[in-house]
Ligand binder design. Structure first.
Ligand SMILES: Nc1nc2c(c(=O)[nH]1)N[C@H]1C(S)=C(S)[C@@H](COP(=O)(O)O)O[C@H]1N2
Ligand SMILES: [Mo]
Length: 400
């Protein structure tokens, strides 16, 4: 154990003697001369931890999004305050006492649920990623990104708490002709998406909780639809209406947008599934490796189909691959943290990660993805991202 520790310290360029000297300088057992600050009713992070911030994309409300600082996070959970945002008409201010969810259409008993009533029903708690299908779209062009946050920060992972949609549909009684449902938001754009009814019987959630407290306003307070593993757009925030129908309604947001134009001019529509993707978040573009020696390569992987079975890392531009360690817990449709110990020899390197999900689906190269889907679409890019480490320790997007 002691032997291992010394090896790591040596690799870091820190000698045991330096560490011991540092300890000897500490005051031994003196009582602190100043008392700290008092308790607080709602916690805030340390003033020394200001770097991790969401990155705003644009200033127009219709296009507004902000990206999660993936390079600053550890583990698998995204703090609510750093969960990415994407909204098409601003964040509405909704009083939960005034908010209701109507479920109607091809049902036996149309019902209106207040937020209080929803909270009285049987609840479940699950950890799921949420990713915008426009995430990583700069890779289609491809345009080099200054950071993993700028290129890929439209994904986050939270503990969501709420009522299974199947429970609510059980209450209203879906008629046999009911094959789809339309979910509608209460924001000014009335975000609407058509969803196959099977998703409701499977794992759709009407969520009111996020990471142990109420949803943040940006995430849909007081209630949102959460469709695990599906493109973020279908997880309608500020949910106010579910209408059971016999076919999709071809709403604005599933025709003019969120469809994928193929090379032959036809469009793929209702491309709900988010496919396996992984990213090395440390080291990543915009960061520096200050010295050769030991560095932990760390990142996240996820798949809308279920669990991540494997993540491989290459430190030689894709010539050879090594299995990374998956940190527990490894959960279906959630970010999974992977790590690989690595000793940087100080030479220029291209590093990349590639994941495989539980169905055997392997994350493709950009080349393979473009060959299959062409370059007409902005959505659903899940290609391998490589970073270049230059000999002076700078990390940049490898397409640069
Ligand atoms: N009502 C409503 N729901 C919405 C949106 C919106 O603008 N209005 N944006 C969608 C899109 S495009 C995405 S990617 C996700 C983003 O969820 P988040 O802001 O909680 O990360 O919400 C979806 N649900
Ligand atoms: Mo999105």
């Amino acid at each position: 154990m002691e032997h291992d520790r010394r090896r790591f310290l040596q690799a870091l360029g820190v000698t045991g003697a330096t560490v011991m000297a540092g300890c000897a300088d500490e005051p031994a057992g003196d009582a602190p001369s100043l008392l700290g600050r008092g308790i607080s009713p709602y916690g805030e992070r340390s003033p020394f931890e200001q770097a991790a911030r969401r990155l705003p994309d644009t200033t127009t409300l219709e296009e507004a999004s902000s990206r999660t600082p993936l390079q600053d996070l550890d583990g698998m959970i995204t703090p609510s305050s750093l969960h990415f945002e994407r909204h098409h008409a601003g964040v509405p201010r909704i009083d939960p006492a005034q908010h209701e969810l109507l479920i109607h259409g091809l049902v036996e008993r149309p019902l209106v649920f207040t937020v209080t009533e929803l909270r009285r029903l049987p609840s479940i708690s699950r950890i799921y990623f949420l990713e915008c299908s426009g995430n990583s779209s700069s890779m289609w062009r491809p345009a080099p990104q200054p950071s993993v946050q700028a290129g890929h920060g439209l994904t986050s992972c939270s503990n969501w708490i709420g009522v299974p949609l199947s429970v609510l549909l059980g209450e209203v009684g879906v008629r046999p002709e009911g094959r789809w449902f339309i979910a509608e938001g209460a924001d000014a754009c009335r975000m609407s998406r058509s969803i196959p009814i099977e998703k409701a019987w499977d794992d759709a959630l009407v969520a009111y909780g996020q990471n142990g407290e109420a949803l943040r306003p940006e995430q849909g307070y007081p209630i949102r639809l959460l469709l695990p593993g599906w493109e973020g757009n279908t997880s309608v925030k500020w949910l106010r209406r579910i209408k059971v129908v016999d076919q999709p309604v071809m709403a604005r947001d599933e025709t003019s947008k969120y469809t994928d134009l193929m090379p032959d001019g036809r469009a793929r529509q209702f491309t709900f599934l988010m496919e396996p993707k992984s990213l090395i978040t440390r080291p990543s573009a915009g960061r520096m490796l200050t010295a050769p020696g030991f560095h932990e390569i760390s990142g996240i992987a996820w798949s809308g189909s279920g669990i991540i079975a494997r993540v491989e890392v290459s430190v030689d531009g894709g010539a050879t691959w090594t299995d990374a360690t998956l940190q527990e817990p490894v959960l279906p449709k959630a970010h999974t943290r992977f790590t690989l110990p690595w000793r940087w020899d100080g030479s220029e390197r291209v590093i990349a990660s590639r994941c495989t999900d539980g169905t055997g689906h392997v994350q493709p190269t950009r080349e393979a993805l473009v060959a299959a889907r062409g370059l007409n679409s902005n959505y659903h890019c899940h290609a391998i991202q490589a970073w270049r480490i230059t000999a002076d320790g700078r990390v940049v997007d490898a397409v640069a």
